[in-house]
Design a protein around this ligand. Sequence first.
Ligand code: SF4
Length: 162
Amino acid sequence: MKMVIKEIKVNDYLTKSKLPASDYVINPYVGCPHGCKYCYASFMKRFTGHNEEWGDFLDIKICDKKINLEKIKNKDVFLSSVTDCYNPFEEKYKVTRKILEQLVDADCFLGIATKSNLILRDVDLLKKMKHVRVSMSINTLNENFRADMDNASSIKERLLTL
Ligand code: SF4
């Protein structure tokens, strides 16, 4: 199925969070083209107004307001909780990269979770940050099983990225 892509305006990239070890979350996108069959975030679909299946739509968040760095001082910020901030469309839209450019001088504890080797593109920014932790989930070493479960990077690519 063809991906349904649209741009949406949001008021703020920061969302207050009750997740463990996350004071704020930033989800640069709504939806996730990685479309993992086991996705814990697919419940989000009912809040989006999309009829497509989870994994078949993506809203690109556009926000004119600058991230309030004072607000996240000494706070835990997680990128991202209900999408993969390095889904394949990030290569074109660069929303995550633009967010990182704002966070580069932030005095926060940034956590990034992804299943994509696209994060390597932004190593230059990650290296400049004071506190950053990157995690990558690897749920199997069987590449056929992985390919059946999700559309993210291969297991080999994930291991090489780490
Ligand atoms: S990468 Fe994460 S958010 Fe995206 S579909 Fe998979 S589990 Fe869901």
